[in-house]
Design a protein around this ligand. Structure first.
Ligand code: URA
Length: 209
């Protein structure tokens, strides 16, 4: 899929193309493609890695265990899930939940780019190493070092890398310095930034792409 083939399409038009896409090998093993969901007017977008088994069956993003935790994290930060747009870097489940390859990420990128352009979020929370590194075009991206930092994604949109909920599920501790504790600190920062951005306050990213 070329980006130019998606120009002029509405969000539902893009989603239809995603559901019918057979452009990369991930299409072969999928049950359903998972375009993403949320309001087109969402000021906040979360971008995960790719559908897991539950998402592959339902066609909806983050509906399994990781999704349950994401819902709780959103709620704790005062967001309704229905208020935010949630999608992934690849729209079809990689077999056995392996990392998507660079070719698969690149193949799916026009869909994500068009979704971002249509929704025009003020802020993106990327979830995990794969989404953060890909969206920031960084081979050296380290989620442990860069989570909670504020980057400029485009002129209109800031990006904060966050830990992936699946990673948090593997770590029980809530002590200071633990991934769950750090996630909570990041979410408080993200909430404050979101409030500033949606109140019309200007904020310049700490560093740019
Ligand atoms: N993990 C992801 O990265 N995305 C989903 O939609 C579900 C689990």
């Amino acid at each position: 899929m070329k980006y130019t083939d998606l120009e002029g399409l509405s969000l539902s038009g893009v989603n239809e193309r995603i559901r019918a896409c057979v452009d990369c090998p991930l299409a072969v093993g999928r049950t359903m493609a998972v375009p993403g969901e949320g309001p087109e007017s969402a000021a906040l977008m979360f971008i995960g890695e790719g559908p897991g088994a539950d998402e592959d069956q339902s066609g909806q993003p983050f509906v399994g265990k990781a999704g349950e935790l994401l819902g709780k994290i959103l709620q704790a930060a005062g967001f309704e899930r229905s208020q935010v747009f949630i999608t992934n870097t690849v729209k079809c489940r990689p077999p056995n939940n392996r990392d998507p390859s660079k070719e698969e990420l690149d193949c799916c990128w026009p869909y994500l780019l068009r979704q971002i352009e249509l929704v025009k979020p003020r802020l993106i929370g990327s979830l995990g190493r794969i989404a953060g590194g890909y969206l920031l075009s960084s081979d050296k991206f380290s989620i442990t070092k860069e989570h909670g930092r504020i980057f400029s994604f485009s002129n209109d949109t800031l990006l904060m890398p966050l830990y992936h909920p699946s990673y948090l599920l593997r770590s029980d501790s809530r002590e200071k310095g633990s991934p769950k504790h750090q996630m909570w600190d990041d979410m408080k920062k993200l909430r404050k930034l979101y409030d500033e951005l949606t109140a019309g306050a200007k904020f310049t990213g700490e560093s740019s792409q």
